[in-house]
Design a protein around this ligand. Structure first.
Ligand code: CA
Length: 633
């Protein structure tokens, strides 16, 4: 009972007293909630608007214009609000572009008292339709907001009417030339949009949110982790998926990975740079996956194509398997329907270099190592943004690199994650790809920590949730004191963010919080899943995740496991390949598994169907000597 009561008290502090006095309906609901000790009572009451939708255009808000407020009936009756915070013309950007924090807010006619701020994605730059990150929140009666991170990618939202791209200077990452736009992207967009959204909600319904949440993945996951530290009293519940909490160092890694693959290229692309798709075609990634599985699949007690005991799948275990799958001189390679039967020695060298993580010329680690995972093979029928999509990609036109590291990443590295920004055209012989392939890990990598005239915050400052850098420690006590709960999930085959790095972060805060971390922050790791979804994996869990965070916040029920399903519409494991066909047999579409709260891992109980979560449990593996130590940074 303490949880809901304490939350109700906190929320009253956030809400203006006159608004509460006038809101008779909410008061009834609040009393009902307290009396019943059930937070969902407020949800059951249903809160109608106190004013008309169109009247919101006349709302007076600091530095904010409400551009439109329009009634809609899809997916439920609601008021759609579009506005901009701090609209301005940049004096720092040579293009003189217009910037501002564009935002969109959906206010259902039958509001259940919950608010969700949606995290962004990539380098932001557009407004998501705020339906909720699980896709169902607005339909369920939540008020939901999104923002564009402080800049608009072409073609821009028609309601806002501007764009901030310049193909000759960073493309969609052009905004990195403007310091305020960098800060808006790093943390201020979420800050301002949350505050303004709560004010609009209070004006519309006569009271502010009873419970506030943030859910995002990738850069949106970063938004959540940053918010838990910078704005510890904004949100009662945060879901951070595949979080880029350490994004500048991951960006350094993007350049590192491409340079590991570059020696394998045998021709150049349209920009005169190494053409990477042939370096690791799908059939060769399938071989790599088979090698990793041969070493690690059974470590969890079940040969099923999923490596649940990822902590035991160390270099010591995997390297002999990679050696065993290395082509002998003159051996077969790349000549069967599903590809080769072996990897070249150069491919194995590249893999080892990538999974070890970047270093400078003195051997100093610049990011993190990675867990070995079978999802490295991310077949087209279950395509996700895993290893292949970020590092190699094989879906572009001939001679055009489409690896995400060479598109999204290549724009962001010089313009956002380097200070001062290096103005770089998108294409051409001196374009973004050239910047990545010539990136120097001794002289360029330190610039993620640099400041410069006109750029007083380094990218590590404005982007990350690791304030324990340089001797400082993450302190989540204010978030915990507020009563906040945070679920972080990550996939082990994420192609851009290393789960090892996240585990190190999690273990580090465990120390800070004297072993109390589990009481308010839990981590869930998903084998085989790609970045934020996809892959031959149990990647379908949105509804259960939403239920897990609301139950934790409102009912005090901490999640020990989250049931996830494989909903790939076709089997990702074609017959005839080298990949173990038992995976398809044991784990067909709609199979379910529990995803366990770290450090627990999923284990088969020894009997029953292997595609049914009921036959699995969560256990903490015995501490094993790992090649993934927690580093002192
Ligand atoms: Ca297994």
């Amino acid at each position: 009972m303490n949880g809901p009561l304490r939350k109700a008290h906190c929320e009253r502090r956030e809400t203006s007293k006159p608004a509460l006095r006038m809101a008779a309906i909410l008061t009834v609901a609040l009393l009902a909630s307290l009396a019943l000790g059930a937070a969902r009572a407020a949800a059951d009451a249903g809160i109608p608007p106190a004013v008309s939708c169109s009247s919101l255009t006349g709302l007076s808000l600091p530095n904010t214009q409400i551009i439109s407020a329009t009634e809609s009936t899809t997916p439920v009756a609601h008021c759609n609000v579009i506005g901009v915070i701090d609209k301005r013309v940049s004096t720092q950007d040579p293009d003189g572009f217009t910037y501002g924090i564009g935002f969109e807010l959906n206010l259902p006619d039958d509001w259940i008292g919950r608010f969700e701020m949606m995290g962004g994605g990539g380098t932001d730059g557009s407004l998501q339709n705020p339906l909720g990150s699980a896709g169902t929140e607005l339909s369920e009666g939540w008020a939901v907001a999104s923002d564009d991170g402080g800049h608009e990618d072409a073609p821009g939202n028609p309601a806002l009417g501007w764009t901030d791209d310049d193909p000759n200077a960073g493309g969609t990452a052009h905004f990195g030339i403007d310091e305020q736009a960098r800060i808006d992207y790093g943390y201020n967009g979420i800050d301002q949009t949350t505050l303004i959204s709560k004010q609009i909600i209070a004006g519309y319904y006569g009271s502010g949110p009873k419970y506030s949440y943030l859910w995002g993945c990738s850069n949106g996951g970063r938004d959540g982790m940053v918010a838990s530290q910078r704005f510890p009293d904004y949100f009662d519940g945060i879901v951070s998926g595949n979080p880029g909490f350490d994004l500048p160092r991951a960006a350094v890694t993007e350049a590192w990975n491409e340079q590991q693959l570059a020696p394998l290229a045998t021709r150049t692309d349209v920009n005169g740079q190494p053409y990477l798709p042939p370096t690791f075609p799908p059939q060769d990634l399938e071989v790599a996956s088979a090698a990793i599985l041969s070493a690690c699949d059974g470590l969890d007690g079940l040969v099923d194509g999923i490596i649940d005991n990822y902590t035991a799948c160390t270099d010591d275990v995997v390297f002999p398997a990679l050696d065993a799958f290395t082509c002998s001189p003159g051996g077969a390679h790349g000549n069967t329907p599903h590809g080769g039967t072996c990897l070249t020695a150069a491919q194995v060298t590249a893999l080892k270099g990538i999974y070890a993580g970047p270093t400078n010329s003195h051997g100093k680690p610049l990011y993190s190592s990675w867990y070995w995972d079978a999802g490295i093979w991310d077949p087209p029928s279950a395509f996700g943004a895993g290893f292949g999509a970020w590092n190699v990609s094989f879906f572009g036109p001939p001679n055009v690199n489409t690896a995400i590291n060479l598109t999204l990443g290549a724009g962001a590295i010089p313009m956002i994650f380097t200070t001062p920004p290096v103005v770089t055209p998108v294409a051409g012989p001196n374009g973004q790809e050239a910047f990545v392939f010539s990136y120097n890990f001794d002289t360029d990598a330190p610039k993620i920590f640099a400041t410069a005239p006109g750029y007083p915050e380094s990218s590590m400052d404005f982007m990350t949730a690791i304030q324990f850098m340089d001797g400082k420690r993450v302190d989540l006590r204010p978030f915990n004191d507020h009563g906040g709960k945070m679920i972080i999930y990550d996939s082990i085959n994420d192609g851009i963010f290393s789960a090892v790095d996240l585990v190190n972060w999690y273990n580090s805060i465990h120390g800070v919080h004297a072993g109390d971390t589990q009481s308010f922050v839990r981590l869930f790791l998903i084998p085989n899943m790609a970045h934020c979804g996809g892959g031959p994996a149990t990647n379908s869990f949105s509804a259960n995740m939403l239920s897990a965070i609301t139950s934790w916040v409102e009912d005090g029920q901490a999640p020990n496991e989250i049931i996830a399903a494989n909903t790939n519409t076709s089997s990702p494991f074609p017959s005839g390949g080298i990949f173990d066909p038992r995976v398809a047999e044991n784990f067909p579409t709609d199979g379910t598994r529990p995803i366990c709260s770290y450090p627990e891992q999923t284990r088969y109980v020894g009997s029953g169907a292997a595609n049914d979560a009921a036959n699995f449990t969560c256990v903490e593996p015995p501490a094993a000597k790992s090649h993934h130590p927690v580093r002192t940074r």
